[in-house]
Ligand binder design. Structure first.
Ligand code: TEU
Ligand code: CA
Length: 540
């Protein structure tokens, strides 16, 4: 196995609940995933990142785990999981498991024990503090709203939870707790998985008394210990989800000499349509020049020193074609443009289920249709703040995680081919026009464009290793950049908007991929770009 194989790989994220239901109960499952491996293989991906499939009371759709060693009955059995790993292996696909160890579920046996008494063996697996009089220990806030401290009547103390109160934070200061995590990781490694995606890994070094959430003083010590105890010499793909990271942090996590992780999954570009200093639910339009600054900074500063993930979408983000593309008339063109922009860069690309067919945000018009815990809590908080239903609806439609979680659209038939029963969550009604079957029957579909991009990456060393150079930094419509490696230069040109624009480059290009019909060889001086036109050229 090639060292750093994950640099040449493309990852596909599966959100199991919504991918494919194999037994008709309305919930996606492992059997369903197995039935679609041919589709993923056809797309050409190398790795599946599987969002959590462990037993869970589902306070946060599986990101609240009650047994790290098992498979939720909803999703199948351990034997089916083993079968999935084996079938994937036959296709040259690796499974990357979601590692959610900032917190467990409050229904995990460790927590059930820990809350019983102050001298319980598992007490120190979690973080307990006395209240400040009648109040919580301090004013730390939970990501899903309210205080990060929950009173526990059994012992009269509070426990910490950065997410919902059903997700108590694990105490990483406790070496016995850490040992349990290493044991569990080794168990999965021994089952033959290809690596881990590490949920909010930047918070495990927290110091709640000083109100430090991310990047605590011991963070990298813990990751190094993890490496020594579990990952060392195994050649796995390990990716840390880090909302807080800047490029220096990115290098810390992913520089091979530091023996931590393969790569970082950071969100700086995703923050660009938030109002600076504003809250998660307020948004503003994206400025293309700001997107260029952020992407270019990561491309340049990690070059030769670290490794980044390339993604637009995941299960926590609205759909990119609705967010920064055009989900009306130009849906197909803009989805291909966005893919081109991202897949030409350095890093490991991640495709989130449905992105490859251009799935869009939800058109739901009732507040009750938004079901994610974060959406539900936001609705309550905004109501209390006096916001109108209309304001809440606008923000949910634009920002809610529910946008990414409607069932995968397989065909235009019954329940979009997702289930033979009743889906756990509403379908986006546009499955009649947007679905995998139609995409597979159309040689110009977004699906085949992604397939081509993946092939291109694998056959073009400049895409994997090349030095990045931004062109036209001030231009608000065109995003263009070069990648150069061992005498080969490729040019990526994307018209980000619905307008015609002229672009000029001194030289001739051979078209490697394009979302409009284009000549094979062309003079790049004064070319006309049509709305959302994008292409990758080899400079000849
Ligand atoms: O997400 C971390 C996280 O910070 C998100 O909750 C984010 O703030 C929000 O989705 C959108 O702004 C990870 C998982 O990806 C997410 O699904 C989990 O809910 C969360 O951790 C807790 O495990
Ligand atoms: Ca099912």
């Amino acid at each position: 196995m090639l060292k750093d194989w994950w640099k040449n790989s493309v990852v596909y994220q599966i959100y199991p609940r919504s991918f494919c239901d194999g037994n008709g109960d309305g919930v996606g499952d492992i059997k369903g995933i197995i039935s679609k491996l041919w589709y993923l293989s056809k797309l050409g991906i190398d790795v599946i990142w599987l969002s959590p499939t462990y037993p869970s009371p589902n306070a946060d759709n599986g990101y609240d785990i009650s047994d790290y060693y098992g498979v939720s009955e909803e999703y199948g059995t351990m034997d089916e999981m083993k079968e999935l790993i084996k079938k994937c292996d036959e296709l040259g696909i690796k499974i990357v498991m979601d590692l959610v160890v900032n917190h467990s579920s409050d229904e995990h046996p460790w927590f059930i024990e820990a809350k019983k008494s102050k001298d319980n063996k598992y007490r120190d697996f979690y973080i307990w503090r006395k209240g400040d009089g009648e109040n919580p220990p301090n004013d730390l806030k939970a990501s899903f709203g309210g205080s990060a401290w929950e009173y526990s009547p059994e012992t009269g103390e509070y426990y910490l939870h950065f997410f919902s109160k059903k997700q108590p934070d694990l105490n990483w200061e406790n070496p016995n707790m850490r040992k349990e995590i290493w044991k569990m990781m080794n168990y999965w490694i021994d089952l033959g998985i290809g690596g881990f995606r590490m949920d909010v890994i930047d918070t495990i070094g927290k110091v709640p008394d000083k109100k430090i959430r991310e990047n605590g003083p011991m963070l990298h010590e813990y990751i190094k210990e993890m490496h020594r105890e579990t990952l060392d010499g195994k050649n796995l793909l390990t990716v840390g989800e880090c909302w807080s990271a800047n490029t220096d942090d990115g290098i810390k996590y992913s520089n091979p000499e530091r023996h931590e992780l393969s790569m970082i999954f950071q969100f700086e570009q995703c923050m660009l349509d938030r109002i600076p200093g504003g809250e998660r639910w307020d948004s503003r339009p994206l400025q293309l020049t700001e997107l260029k600054q952020v992407f270019s900074k990561w491309q340049n500063e990690l070059y030769g020193k670290g490794w980044n993930s390339l993604f637009w979408d995941n299960h926590d983000l609205p759909r990119i074609v609705s967010r920064w593309g055009n989900d009306g008339e130009y849906r197909v063109l803009s989805a291909k443009m966005l893919a081109t922009l991202l897949h030409g860069m350095q890093g490991t690309p991640y495709i989130y289920q449905g992105e490859e067919i251009g799935m869009t945000n939800v058109p739901f018009n009732r507040l009750e249709d938004f079901s994610d815990i974060e959406s539900v809590n936001m609705r309550k908080e905004w109501k209390e703040k006096g916001k109108t239903d209309e304001e809440i609806l606008v923000s949910l439609k634009r920002n809610s995680r529910d946008n990414a979680r409607t069932p995968m659209q397989w065909n235009s038939g019954y329940q979009a081919g997702f289930t033979t029963g009743t889906p756990w969550y509403k379908l986006n009604p546009n499955y009649v026009e947007i679905n995998a079957e139609d995409a597979l029957n159309d040689e110009n579909s977004i699906f085949y464009y992604y397939q081509k991009l993946i092939k291109l990456r694998k056959s073009t060393p400049a895409i994997i290793h090349g030095k990045y150079e931004l062109l036209l930094p001030e231009d608000e419509d065109i995003y263009a950049y070069l990648r150069t490696y061992e005498g080969e230069t490729i040019l990526v040109v994307c018209n980000f908007h619905n307008c015609n624009r002229t672009f000029s480059f001194e030289g001739k290009g051979e078209t490697l991929i394009s979302n409009y019909p284009t000549e094979k060889i062309l003079d790049l001086k004064n070319i006309e770009l049509k709305p959302y036109e994008s292409a990758i050229y080899k400079i000849i």
